[in-house]
Design a protein around this ligand. Structure first.
Ligand code: AMP
Length: 240
């Protein structure tokens, strides 16, 4: 205590601020949106900004498929056919991941989960002690998304997204990690259309689920990625 009952400022946090700039608190976010809405790109940026893990269930399943685990082999068949992996498996995977120290302490960006109302209900229970800050629906119309997905290319090793413009090198090497950049097996027009139909029929009810609980914010996902990112962080800050 200082004279007059004032508290001594905490020197360590003031030094931290001088060195690193204002410390940004973590966040617990769910990002919903059609495949190809730019979720992958924006989630990576949000994850760096809030210093929290980007938890993409699609990436987790693809990693398991590459490793050839029993879950991965099973999931690959379903993903290649454009279907959804069972709720119980997905809920178990996510529950385990959210319990790890990084996600448990600062938070996370959940991308690709929940995909069904059953998954959302299970997630409500899992996150009851530390609820989600906001559920964001990154909104991009279907026609724009179809155009984007047909030119999407992804690094098989680190997941960095690229856009093919017809002049790409072959083989295409990732700038970030040196991995192979390829079109995802489930980015063919047939599989994409099936996933978008699935999105409308199965995942759109999530929007209703979260909006009826006052947890949903719709963010316009059309425009320059920097502008979309600004809209996203403004939305998060307005919901704290
Ligand atoms: P994504 O990378 O999010 O487009 O996911 C690729 C594929 O993984 C999806 O088409 C599904 O087959 C599967 N998948 C990812 N997340 C989930 C989930 N939460 N529930 C069921 N299947 C999922």
């Amino acid at each position: 205590m200082l004279p007059g009952g004032r508290r001594r400022p905490r020197a360590d946090s003031r030094f931290e601020e001088l060195r690193l700039g204002p410390l940004i608190p973590g966040a617990r976010l769910i990002i919903l949106g059609r495949q190809g809405a730019g979720k992958g790109t924006q989630c990576v940026r949000l994850s760096r900004h809030y210093v929290v893990p980007h938890i993409s269930t699609g990436d987790m399943l693809r990693a398991a498929a590459r490793e050839g685990t029993p879950l991965g082999v099973e999931a690959k068949k379903i993903m290649d056919a454009g279907g959804l992996v069972g709720d119980d498996i997905m809920i178990g995977l996510v529950e385990e991941r959210l319990a790890k120290p990084d996600a448990d302490s600062r938070g996370y960006i959940l991308d690709g989960f929940p995909r069904t109302v059953a998954q959302a209900e299970a997630l409500d229970e899992i996150t009851a002690p530390k609820p989600i800050n906001v559920v964001i629906d990154l909104d991009v119309p279907r026609e724009i998304v179809l155009e984007r997905i047909s030119s999407r290319r992804v690094c098989r090793d680190c997941g960095t997204n690229y856009t093919a413009d017809g002049q790409e090198p072959s083989p295409w090497i990732c700038d970030v990690c040196g991995g192979d950049v390829q079109q995802r097996a489930d980015d063919t027009p047939e599989a994409v259309n099936r996933r978008l139909d699935l999105y409308e029929s199965q995942t759109a009810p999530l929007i209703e689920y979260y909006s009826s609980r006052g947890a949903l914010a719709v963010v316009n996902g059309v425009g320059h990625p920097d502008n979309v990112f600004q809209r996203l962080t403004d939305t998060v800050e307005s919901r704290r």
